[in-house]
Design a protein around this ligand. Structure first.
Ligand code: IMP
Ligand code: MG
Length: 178
């Protein structure tokens, strides 16, 4: 079956808007984790850009970075809720303060599954950072401590986020039109 061919539509968030918001959230994260250990756990591949930029804005000097890959069986624009961890964290997370860094929360199914999975590894704390959230599509409430932007229920790409693996390299976040 041929994939629909999307075109890049309007720019939702510019590089400047993203950077300004990340600076604000970095200050909150620094304050919260001051004097405590911190593992930033990025969700590949979508969180690669936001992790790189957010990590550089933090002054926390003992933080560690790790990655997981989760896969959700579904089509390319919707997750099914059937989730599996394709790449486990390299670090031992028991007793650690884990901040999950994700690109976007749509239904919330992926993050709620991931948070439950991390809690079962006896992390000292598990908090969530999501650059984007689509409040109108949330099916499962996930307590997200740090949200970059609430956005409309459109399909977006760029700044790490893809459609069929494309568009991750865009420095801005755009709405895709199908
Ligand atoms: P959820 O489980 O429905 O919350 O879906 C979360 C994952 O689906 C995100 O981490 C993204 O990888 C992907 N996703 C959801 N919405 C979009 C979008 O608008 N653009 C690109 N990826 C998306
Ligand atoms: Mg993701």
């Amino acid at each position: 079956m041929a994939m629909p061919e999307p075109v890049i539509g309007s720019v939702l968030l510019s590089p400047d808007q993203i950077r300004d918001r990340l600076s604000e959230l970095a200050a909150d994260i620094d304050a919260h984790y001051e004097g405590r250990d911190l593992v930033m756990l990025g969700v590949l591949k979508g969180a690669m850009m936001v992790m790189a930029d957010l990590a550089r804005l933090l002054s926390h000097d003992r933080m560690e970075i790790d990655w997981v890959t989760v896969s959700s069986y579904g089509n390319s624009t919707r997750s099914s809720g059937v989730i599996r961890m394709v790449k486990e964290p390299d670090l031992e997370l028991a007793g650690r303060n884990v901040l999950v860094v994700d690109d976007i929360t749509d239904s919330g199914l992926t993050l709620s599954w991931l948070v439950a999975n991390l809690r079962s590894r006896s992390a000292a704390s598990v908090e969530v950072f999501s650059l984007l959230r689509k409040p109108e599509l949330v099916k499962v409430e996930v307590p997200i401590r740090y949200v970059g932007f609430d956005i409309p229920p459109d399909f977006v790409a760029g700044y790490g986020m893809d459609y069929a693996q494309r568009f991750r390299n865009l420095p801005y976040i755009a709405i895709l039109n199908f």
